[in-house]
Design a protein around this ligand. Structure first.
Ligand SMILES: *[C@@H]1O[C@H](CO)[C@@H](O)[C@H](O)[C@H]1NC(C)=O
Ligand SMILES: *[C@@H]1O[C@H](CO)[C@@H](O)[C@H](O)[C@H]1NC(C)=O
Ligand SMILES: *[C@@H]1O[C@H](CO)[C@@H](O)[C@H](O)[C@H]1NC(C)=O
Ligand SMILES: *[C@@H]1O[C@H](CO)[C@@H](O)[C@H](O)[C@H]1NC(C)=O
Length: 407
């Protein structure tokens, strides 16, 4: 840590100054363009637009290397990572759960126009992909909520089909011993990437994106379950979560339920598009941490993550009374508005309820699927960055990596 922490000191002092200056310049430029365009003809307005775009691109180039803590990489020790056998297919927005030395990896986009409908299984002892089997064809293909009790895997709601198609409210359960699937009572409403966990005998589902894929849902429901079966016919309403939205880590540890990070807003289907083409909409990424308190009657807010982080729903593991989270996405670039991926490894210490940045991944990546086995931290799949100097999203991958973890 000391070696990594000492170098950016100078930068830390210089970067905010440089950024403030650039932002001030950009604001002045914006103001000037705005005032001149209001009194100009449509022709010059078009020219103004082009100039403005050029000005933005120019200042963005200067800012990229000097982003502050919200957008830039945080100081973190470089870790040695070992590349392991890649998954049979690349996937973005897939789902995963670990049972013993097996990582079950579900669904996901191969690309925006193609989604998977099968499960790949990785064995952390043999370090091989050992098995592949189909999901029910009625089950969603991305943005699933998912959790396991150690044998049964509960798969909740999610998006059915490629691009930005609708979500469905159907829920399924897999018995990993018999490989049989069964259906559970449907959710009251469909959701995209809702926070999902098992807590005190009930399957809890909360937040996520609403039916339009963009509006954050606050609703929270639960269903009593045991050994892969629902003990009730209907989901019960629970206390709504104070902040909604998809792509959050939801963790139960020491009998406590945490909801970590996430975002408000997401891509939406273009109105009238026959292929439900995805279009970008306003998003706010946050690092909020909520604890379900008072026997499930109220939410308590804890220290936020070191920076806003989303797309981490299966990017966490529990090790030695800590929650470890890898990668994700943070707030968009303040000037280019481009999506920025995260490459840090975060630790939430459950003893002190505080966060730290403990390491760096081999690259920045969103919707990584994480596992932990006998001292090794693993992650596979997701969408990675364009390179060390460009945190924008590019390739959807299936690669698997591991590092020796020492907390
Ligand atoms: C980074 O810059 C943004 C935009 O100027 C600002 O809102 C934010 O508070 C800054 N964050 C830090 C950690 O300095
Ligand atoms: C994983 O692989 C190891 C080594 O081949 C094997 O002993 C173990 O049983 C496998 N795990 C499971 C759950 O099948
Ligand atoms: C939670 O519920 C249990 C059982 O009903 C009760 O004994 C306990 O006092 C409750 N705790 C709180 C904090 O309300
Ligand atoms: C977890 O704690 C045990 C016992 O203190 C220690 O031996 C082990 O190295 C720790 N694991 C990690 C990943 O730090």
């Amino acid at each position: 840590m000391p070696a990594a922490a000492s170098k950016p000191l100078q930068l830390r002092r210089a970067a905010p100054l440089a950024l403030a200056l650039l932002l001030a310049l950009a604001l002045v430029a914006d103001f000037l363009w705005a005032s001149s365009s209001s009194s100009s003809t449509s022709n010059t307005r078009a020219q103004v637009k082009v100039d403005r775009r050029r000005a933005k691109a120019k200042s963005a180039k200067h800012v990229t290397g000097n982003l502050n803590a919200t957008y830039g990489d945080l100081p973190a020790p470089r870790w040695a990572w070992e590349e392991m056998p890649a998954a049979p297919v690349p996937r973005l927005d897939g789902a995963s759960v670990q049972i013993g030395d097996l990582l079950y990896v579900f669904a996901g986009y191969a690309n925006l126009d193609h989604v998977h409908s099968h499960v790949d299984v990785y064995n952390f002892t043999s370090n091989t992909w050992t098995e592949r089997f189909d999901m029910p064809k009625e089950m969603a293909h991305s943005h699933l909520g998912m959790v396991t009790d150690g044998r049964y895997i509960y798969a909740v709601s999610g998006q059915y089909g490629p691009q930005c198609r609708s979500s469905i409210n159907r829920n399924f359960v897999l018995d990993t011993e018999t490989k049989e699937w069964h259906e559970l009572p449907p959710l009251p409403l469909p959701r995209y990437a809702p926070a999902t966990q098992l807590w005190r005998g009930r399957l809890h589902v909360m937040g996520g994106g609403k039916e339009d894929r963009h509006e954050p849902g606050l609703e929270h429901w639960s269903l009593a379950v045991k050994d892969g079966k629902a003990l009730e016919n209907e989901w019960q309403p629970e206390i709504p979560i104070p902040r909604g939205g998809p792509h959050r880590a939801c963790v139960v540890v020491n009998d406590e339920l945490f909801v970590i990070g996430g975002q408000e807003g997401d891509f939406m289907a273009k109105p009238g598009s026959p292929i439900f083409k995805c279009v970008r909409r306003h998003e706010v990424v946050y690092g909020d941490v909520y604890l379900l308190d008072g026997n499930g009657t109220k939410w308590k807010q804890l220290s936020p993550m070191p920076k806003p982080d989303s797309h981490i729903e299966f990017a966490w593991v529990i090790v030695n009374n800590s929650i470890i989270i890898v990668g994700g996405t943070t707030e968009k670039h303040p000037i280019t508005k481009k999506m920025i991926l995260v490459g840090e490894v975060f630790r939430f210490d459950l003893e002190t309820l505080t966060w730290s940045v403990i390491g760096r991944m081999p690259f920045r990546i969103k919707t990584a699927l994480a596992g932990y086995w006998e001292g090794w931290l693993y992650f596979t799949s997701g969408q990675r960055d364009r390179g060390p100097d460009n945190p924008g999203p590019k390739k959807v991958v299936g690669s698997m990596w591991r590092t020796k973890l020492q907390l």
